[in-house]
Design a binder for this molecule. Structure first.
Ligand code: 3PG
Length: 211
């Protein structure tokens, strides 16, 4: 089983929304060319399961995971398709417990101490902080780390090339998530060079700050 730390080692977890599973492999390859070796394909579209399956089968260097997993059914579909990690916008104890049982890394979303307490009970050590910028960004994360010094965050929502550095400078940030390097428009336009360029800029920034 991969840990969240292994999944997020390159510092950026792209949140990918695909309308068509045929876009999955070229998108995965474009991200890889930019130094990003993990991608979250979200269950916001009907193409999610087939997209995960294609990447798992055809691009083995890419660690593929599922995002926006909000039900047990989606969790099972994701794992069946080959997802190596699961991300959810919120904290559902049933989904977390089932992911633990299935042996797949699970990053639930939180913004409050009570949600963190729920996740801690189920063994979660890294939480998605979402929607990060709307809920106070780093300032809120620093406040949450007071009572919870043992956890780290994967903030997502409103993060981009211009504000990622501030997050990287804080050791409580494992990595950041976001869609700025792989927007729906870029994917739909087939702008794979653009995806690679923005991915490279993001991973370079992480290396520059974290070494
Ligand atoms: C997510 O689900 O994590 C967000 O939708 C990604 O946020 P962003 O599009 O603002 O990067």
């Amino acid at each position: 089983m991969l840990t969240v730390e292994q999944v997020a080692a390159c510092g950026v977890v792209p949140v990918v929304v695909l309308d068509d599973a045929e876009q999955a492999v070229p998108t995965a390859k474009a991200l890889l060319a930019g130094g990003i070796n993990a991608m979250e394909i979200t269950f916001r579209t009907a193409a999610a399961k087939a997209s995960i399956a294609k990447v798992a089968k055809e691009v083995p260097e890419m660690i593929v995971g599922a995002g926006t997993v909000v039900s047990l059914e989606q969790l099972h579909d994701a794992v069946e398709a080959g997802a190596k990690f699961i991300v959810s916008p919120g904290t559902d104890p049933e989904v977390i417990a089932e992911a633990n049982k299935l042996g797949v890394a699970m990053t639930p979303g939180v913004v409050t101490p009570s949600e963190i307490l729920m996740g801690l009970k189920l063994g979660v050590k890294v939480f998605k902080f979402f929607p990060a910028e709307t809920y106070g960004g780093l300032k809120t994360i620093k406040a949450l780390c007071g009572p919870f010094p043992q956890i780290r965050f994967l903030p997502t929502g409103g993060i981009n090339q211009n504000n990622a550095a501030e997050y990287y400078k804080n050791p409580k940030i494992l990595a950041v998530g976001g869609s700025w390097m792989v927007t729906k428009d870029m994917v739909n336009a087939g702008d794979f060079e653009g995806i690679t360029a923005k991915s490279k800029a993001a991973t370079d920034l992480f290396k520059e700050i974290r070494g």
